[in-house]
Ligand binder design. Sequence first.
Ligand SMILES: NC(=O)c1ccc[n+]([C@@H]2O[C@H](COP(=O)([O-])OP(=O)(O)OC[C@H]3O[C@@H](n4cnc5c(N)ncnc54)[C@H](OP(=O)(O)O)[C@@H]3O)[C@@H](O)[C@H]2O)c1
Length: 339
Amino acid sequence: MKIRGDLMINLGIIGTNWITKQFVNAGEETDSFKLAHVYSRTESKAQSFIDDLSKSNISISTDLEQFFSSNDFDAVYIASPNRLHFKQAKMAIEHGKNVILEKPSASNIREFTILDQLAHQKGVYMIEAARHIHEPIFKKVQEYVDNNREQLTGATISYMKYSSKFDDFLAGKKPNVFTTDFSGGALYDLGVYTVYDAVVLFGQPEEVKYQPEFLEDGIDGSGSLTLKYKDFDVNIIVGKTKNSYLPTEIYFGKKTLLLDNGGDITKVSEADDKKEIKEIPTTKSDNPMDSEAIEFARIINENDKAAYDKLFEYARKVNRILEQARMSAGLVFEADKEY
Ligand SMILES: NC(=O)c1ccc[n+]([C@@H]2O[C@H](COP(=O)([O-])OP(=O)(O)OC[C@H]3O[C@@H](n4cnc5c(N)ncnc54)[C@H](OP(=O)(O)O)[C@@H]3O)[C@@H](O)[C@H]2O)c1
């Protein structure tokens, strides 16, 4: 299924991995964003990124100052390793660009707050790209939870996927996502989706406790996170070193809502206490980034401050919970030592 937006915003990008191609495709398929400028540390990588997308007349920069000083784009999509988000987003905001920042926006809440204040001063948007909460299938879950809130008695959220980069880690390499240097690990990668699930569906927890399984270099390869709410608990398992096929479950007394995945939902069903399972019809876009691309472009084009503030509050809560979780486990990033 394809969904379409209205006005196209000229886009600069940082990070030339597959996720950036997916966002550029989503932006163009939905008439939301139009690729104008590519930043890469190397010109050849920028050029092959452009060639892979069969594009021409796209600017290339290998220098960040030159990139952000350019007038050919109004919004930048940043999909670099987490540690670099702060410095790159700060530069973008200082140059008056709207920022779409891959999750999580920052390594810690201190960085997040600095970016927030700066974005306010400069009058630009800083939007965290929490892809899945914008998808129609997630909205369906949200609607179900809202309609049955009085019966809500907790949830178990699962998102564990063996990362191809874990093979590199086991081979003695240091992939960014498995290092504290680049603010990686299970919680700050896949865990972000599950914390978004909890915050958007259930609100702000009262207590946060993370129990990681540490790898040799001090990063969390997997872990379990407990979020305590006033009347129930939400238990989350995340991991990048193993595959889980457990569904995510949301409990409503005798009824249970089943999601096939905590971060990339493709199927939603309802089970009763007689073990009868009924699928709830939903839609899923071919490109999972379509819905967010449309919404981000709409917010920027229409200057929809109320919608932005709502998303920003989710992002603030999520980033705070991530930091609380790390602190509860003694999981320190190199970025935390910078101040
Ligand atoms: N929303 C989603 O579904 C989704 C999926 C995957 C990832 N993400 C997010 O996207 C971001 C990037 O993840 P990733 O796995 O693509 O990361 P990555 O492969 O480690 O790096 C992404 C890009 O950043 C640049 N880069 C890599 N190492 C660098 C370094 N040491 N110094 C400067 N630049 C460097 C590279 O671009 P150049 O070589 O061209 O400079 C690279 O293509 C993360 O925040 C992640 O959480 C989101």
